[in-house]
Design a protein around this ligand. Structure first.
Ligand SMILES: [Zn+2]
Length: 284
C-alpha cells in the first residue's frame, strides 16, 4: 500500500504523563484496550521511567500485564535507562524508545546531562536491544524551539538524528515539543535530517499548542515522511515545557490524511469513542 501513512498512538504515554491527577491502572488499561480495536500498528503504552520523575506512569509494568494485546498491534514503551529497559523486557514490551533533545538546556533539565552524554547513555540499551531483536525508536525533543533557548539550530537536529540512527534506532521521531514550530522551520529540520537519513526513517511528532501541527505534518508528507505521532483527544503536554499543549489529536491527523487520499487503516468511529474516553479521563 503505497499510500499508507502510519499514526503512532501516543495517548497512554505522552498523553497522560503530565496529568497531575493519577489515572488508575484500570482506566489506563481500558483506554489502551479500546485503542487496540482502532487498527493502530503501534501504541506507546507507558514509560519505564523513575517513579519520582513521572509518578503518573509508575504502574507501567502492571499496565502491560493487564492489557488485552491485539496481535496486529505493537505495544511500546519509553526506556530512559538500562534499568527501565530491563523492566520493559520483563513486561514483554514489543519495542522501546529512547530520547534526547536538540537543545542543551532542555536536555539538562530533562535528563540531567548534555546531549552528547545523553546519547552515550543509551548505547548499552541499543546494543542489548539489537541482540534481543527489540526495535528501538529514537525521539528528539525541541526540534524547532526550546522553552529555554528559543530557536534551535536545525543542523543540530540533523546531527542527532544521524547519531541515533547509527546507534541502531530504526526510526527517528522529530518532536516539536513546544508546538511553536512553523512549517518553514519544520521544512528546515526535515531537510537537514534528509541529508543523512531517508524519509522512511523519520517520523513527525507535533504538539498542537498553536495549531501548527497539521501544517507541519503537510510539510513532512510533501517530503516523504509517512509516520506521525498523535494522541486521541489531543491529550498531553510536557512537564518540562511550560504551557505546551497536547499532542496533535489522532482523529484530526486521520481526517487530514484521508482528505489527502492517504490510507491509515484506522476505524473512525472507534477513534471518536477513544477520543471521548481519553478526554473524560483527564476531566476532574
Ligand atoms: Zn510529545
Amino acid at each position: 500500500m503505497r499510500n499508507l501513512v502510519n499514526i503512532f498512538e501516543m495517548s497512554p504515554r505522552d498523553g497522560l504523563q503530565n496529568e497531575k491527577k493519577f489515572i488508575s491502572t484500570d482506566e489506563k488499561v481500558f483506554l489502551i484496550d479500546q485503542l487496540s480495536q482502532c487498527g493502530f500498528n503501534k501504541i506507546e503504552t507507558s514509560s519505564f521511567v523513575s517513579h519520582k520523575w513521572v509518578p503518573q506512569l509508575a504502574d507501567a509494568a502492571e499496565v502491560f500485564s493487564k492489557i488485552n494485546r491485539n496481535k496486529n498491534t505493537k505495544y511500546t514503551a519509553l526506556t530512559p535507562n538500562e534499568r527501565g529497559f530491563n523492566d520493559a523486557l520483563n513486561a514483554n514490551v514489543d519495542e522501546v524508545a529512547i530520547f534526547t533533545a536538540a537543545s542543551e538546556t532542555f536536555c539538562k533539565k530533562n535528563t540531567n546531562c548534555d546531549i552528547e552524554t545523553s546519547l552515550k547513555r543509551f548505547i548499552p540499551i541499543t546494543e542489548k536491544a539489537s541482540k534481543l531483536n527489540i526495535p528501538v525508536r529514537g525521539y528528539i525533543s525541541c526540534v524547532t524551539h526550546c522553552p529555554y533557548e528559543n530557536f534551535v539550530n536545525p543542523k543540530i537536529v540533523g546531527q542527532i538524528a544521524k547519531d541515533l540512527f547509527k546507534m541502531g534506532c530504526y526510526e527517528i521521531s522529530l518532536g516539536d515539543t513546544t508546538g511553536k514550530g512553523t512549517p518553514d522551520q519544520t521544512l528546515e529540520v526535515v531537510k537537514e535530517c534528509l541529508k543523512y537519513l531517508s524519509a522512511d526513517k523519520l517520523a513527525g511528532h507535533f504538539h498542537d499548542t498553536y495549531q501548527n501541527a497539521l501544517d507541519n505534518i503537510n510539510v513532512c508528507l510533501e517530503n516523504g515522511i509517512k509516520t506521525f505521532d498523535a494522541s486521541v483527544g489531543g491529550l498531553g503536554g510536557c512537564p518540562y515545557s511550560p504551557g505546551a499543549k497536547g499532542n496533535v489529536a489522532t482523529e484530526k491527523v486521520n481526517k487530514l490524511l484521508l482528505s489527502k487520499g492517504y490510507e491509515t487503516n484506522l476505524d473512525r468511529d472507534r477513534l471518536k469513542e477513544c477520543s471521548v474516553i481519553a478526554q473524560k479521563l483527564i476531566l476532574n
